[in-house]
Design a protein around this ligand. Structure first.
Ligand SMILES: NC(=O)C1=CN([C@@H]2O[C@H](COP(=O)(O)OP(=O)(O)OC[C@H]3O[C@@H](n4cnc5c(N)ncnc54)[C@H](OP(=O)(O)O)[C@@H]3O)[C@@H](O)[C@H]2O)[C@H](O)CC1
Ligand SMILES: [K+]
Length: 499
């Protein structure tokens, strides 16, 4: 698990590393710039590319100057430096790197506040104007310059963070930020890279290790963390000799209506392929033929709700394609009343819960809720931005002792301990109907196999995304959910075998 730290904590990590490694501040800047350049070269391999490095006068600008020098040393022939003198308060490391650049005789153009920037002729712009030191929205000449750069639609690569973007607090909707194709960021992604609002200014981001003290970072107080593969490997148990289907639990999936049987099938198929010992689907009788034909391993439960033998099941998933009519409400109420084991609430189950908060209050502790953003807002109220949603997740999860999985490009998982885990696996190729049903099937299967609710949510979300990444690598530009429901089996095997 990697802690995500704030801009303030990053500065402390920087100072701690300088004092304790020990390393001179200028050498840490050099190390960061070398790390940037090694990734930059992969992105822009052509040495004749015309590159303009836009620098501020703080340490982000200092990085920019060092990067310009390092690129020239790597035989990039057309590197120039533009210094935007937005302030006369330069840093020592900026001054030292300026001296080194001037010795090399690289072209350096300095612009003062009142100056108008000429049209940029370079193909690539490196944005080293401001980094994590941003303490207010861009205004005045800086704002004007950045607006002008954005209009030119160049290939822009930012150093650490796009100029004008806060690392860990929301930018207002009208604030001006450098629009980037790639951000090469230091040591950790910033919180805001992981929230959807960043999409308008960041196409891709990549983190490079600059050797900040990891022990210090991991000991920082932070309730935000990134899930890593090794966390999932330590969760996944191997299937023991002499184990049998009874060892791996019995999942009940309550899903589907006549027109939405596909949701039930996808959930059941994913559940089966994730290793639930037995899987039963409670579906309308009209769905029996489809279920028996498509998934012979899955048993069907049909008929009156009060005939369900709840004690047979180790875990229940309720909601995909269930509808919100009276019958669906009755099934949900019965589940809340009768089932004592772990439960996943998804899709229409969440819609019913949001329409009746007294039912939401009955959701047992340690249940897993898997809303997408609209379902989340229906459950917990409208939000102005994602920073607010992160706070709400944290509050609702700790107060209600629930695991909340807020599905997104980087899915967030809130634990009742107050921690928020971000998952980085997955791909936009997974943005297709039925993907959520598959995730629900994976999570309920893990619950039935005896994993705790937080383990099932974390492993489920990670493996779901990883299966998507693997399919994309196999050439799928869009991934049908059924494809992923079948792939998950292999993904689990691979993650477990690399233990
Ligand atoms: N910590 C690390 O991992 C390392 C970071 N490096 C690089 O350093 C930057 C952070 O550098 P810093 O000098 O702290 O800050 P910036 O360069 O981002 O900003 C410089 C100053 O600009 C002023 N400021 C802030 N907001 C605005 C604004 N909206 N308009 C105008 N000016 C602004 C502010 O000064 P004040 O006097 O106004 O307070 C900033 O201090 C980090 O991103 C990395 O790129 C190291 O090189 C390696 C280690
Ligand atoms: K920057």
């Amino acid at each position: 698990m990697q802690k995500i730290i704030s801009a303030v904590q990053t500065r402390l990590a920087d100072q701690f590393t300088i004092a304790n490694e020990p390393i001179a501040s200028i050498d840490l800047m050099e190390r960061a710039s070398v790390a940037f350049v090694s990734r930059f070269i992969e992105e822009v391999p052509l040495k004749t590319t015309m590159i303009a490095v836009y620098c501020g006068v703080g340490n982000n600008g200092g990085d920019g100057l060092a990067i310009a020098r390092l690129l020239a040393a790597k035989s990039y022939m057309n590197v120039k430096v533009i210094i935007l003198q937005h302030s006369f308060k330069t840093t020592i490391d900026f001054e030292e790197n300026l001296r080194r650049v001037q010795q090399l005789k690289l072209p350096v153009h300095i612009f003062q506040s009142e100056d108008v920037l000429p049209i940029e002729t370079s193909e690539v712009i490196i944005d080293a104007i401001l980094g994590s030191g941003l303490n207010k929205p861009l205004e005045g000449s800086l704002k004007k310059w950045v607006e002008q750069l954005n209009q030119q639609k160049k290939h822009v690569i930012a150093v650490d963070i796009p100029t004008g973007m806060f690392a860990d607090e929301p930018n207002s909707a009208d604030s001006v930020v450098v629009k980037t194709d790639l951000v090469i960021s230091f040591q950790r992604p910033k919180l805001n890279f992981l929230l959807p609002e960043s999409a308008s200014v960041i196409k891709r981001w990549h983190v490079v290790d600059i050797g900040l003290d990891e022990h210090f970072i991991q000991s920082c107080e932070s309730e935000l963390a990134l899930i890593e593969e090794k966390d999932i490997q330590s969760i996944l148990k191997k299937r023991d000799n002499f184990s049998h289907k009874g060892t791996y639990g019995h999942s009940l999936i309550i899903a589907g209506q006549e027109e939405t049987m596909g949701a039930a099938l996808l959930t059941a198929e994913a559940c089966l392929n994730t290793g639930s010992g037995l899987t039963t689907a409670y579906v309308p009788s009209l769905g029996l033929v489809a279920l028996n034909t498509r998934l012979p391993e899955v048993m069907a439960a049909i008929g009156e709700v009060d005939k369900i033998q709840w004690e047979k099941y180790s875990a229940v998933a309720i909601g995909p394609g269930l509808g919100t009519d009276d019958h669906s409400i009755e099934i949900l109420k019965s589940t809340l009343k009768n089932f004592r084991g772990p439960c996943v609430f998804d899709a229409d189950a969440l819609n019913v819960l949001s329409a009746d908060s007294s039912l939401l209050d009955l959701v047992p502790e340690q249940s897993v809720l898997t809303p997408h953003v609209k379902e989340f807002d229906r459950l917990f109220g409208a939000h102005e931005n994602w920073t607010q949603r992160v706070k709400t997740m944290q509050k609702e999860s700790t107060e209600r002792e629930l695991i909340i999985v807020l599905k997104n490009r980087y899915t967030l998982i809130a634990s009742p301990t107050g921690m928020i885990y971000f998952n980085l696996t997955g791909t936009p190729a997974m943005a297709s109907g039925g993907m959520g049903d598959v995730l629900t099937g994976i999570i309920v299967s893990l619950l039935a196999q005896g994993y705790s609710a937080i383990q099932a949510a974390m492993a489920g979300v990670y493996l779901h995304g990883k299966a998507g990444n693997e399919l994309e690598e196999l050439g799928y530009s869009v991934i049908p959910a059924s494809k992923l429901a079948r792939r998950i089996n292999k993904t689990i095997g691979k993650v477990r075998s690399t233990k």
